[in-house]
Design a protein around this ligand. Structure first.
Ligand code: DX5
Ligand code: ZN
Length: 228
């Protein structure tokens, strides 16, 4: 699978969201939208009404990352609204199989996210129910945090689990992904890269996306997991 870059608007100017989305649109594969409820994480961002408005203003597929309690109740609504991917957290979901099936039957891809301290092995049996596994490389809640290298061994194990399952599940990393860290992620097995501050703190966000893509592609070309 080709490298995909999903810029996170968490680091964008929320008062100028449509323009900020436009700034990455020529270079990005996805638009990563962080929904936070101030309960699952200690921060509050935006919800369904803003996602609905964004969907009217962009042709980029929207990648919703729900950092919320009770995703069983809320996640299907994001898929019904037109988000192309809806990711929910393992630490919050109560009925994952039912919720993933509802997301998929509403026409979206289904993602499962795990925090840095959450192992992936207990979720191996859910791989058939999901389209993407998101490994958080910071504790969720804020942009601009330092990348946690301790997630890299888990990323390698996740890549092996995905390969054993047939390889169709995408592996996303989110948090602290930058020109300093993206190669490590690609080498360890990631193929979808979320970047917030690395993109929106750059003078030219589209160019920053292109540069990240180039680095990730170069590292993937040398990665052992991608040779198999
Ligand atoms: C953090 C969010 C991320 C955030 C990443 O909880 O899920 O998507 O925007 O921001 P950076 O790339 O700045 O770490
Ligand atoms: Zn995110």
């Amino acid at each position: 699978m080709a490298v995909q870059i999903s810029p996170s608007i968490l680091s964008a100017d929320f008062a100028r969201l449509a323009d900020e989305v436009e700034a990455v649109a020529p270079a990005a594969d996805w638009l990563h939208v962080d929904v936070m409820d101030n309960h699952f994480v200690p921060n509050l961002t935006l919800g369904l009404p803003v996602v609905q408005s964004l969907l009217k203003h962009t042709s980029l597929p929207v990648d919703c990352h729900l950092m919320i309690e009770d995703p069983d109740r809320w996640a299907p609504g994001y898929a019904e609204a037109g988000a192309r991917n809806v990711t929910i957290h393992a630490e919050a979901v109560k009925s994952p199989v039912r919720t993933f099936r509802e997301i998929r039957s509403a026409g979206a891809r289904a993602g499962l996210a795990v925090n840095p301290g959450t192992p992936v092995e207990p979720y191996a049996d859910l791989l058939a129910e999901i389209d993407m596994l998101l490994l958080m490389t910071v504790e969720p809640g804020f942009g601009g945090q330092r990348f946690l290298d301790l997630v890299l061994p888990k990323l390698r194990r996740a890549r092996a689990l995905v390969a054993a399952h047939g390889g169709s599940v995408w592996l996303q990393v989110d948090g602290g992904v930058s020109e300093e860290t993206i190669e490590r992620c690609a080498e360890a097995g990631a193929d979808v890269f979320v970047a917030g501050s690395a993109v929106y703190s750059a003078g030219d966000p589209a160019r920053a996306v292109q540069a990240l893509r180039k680095q990730a592609e170069r590292a993937t070309a040398h990665a052992a997991w991608a040779q198999a």
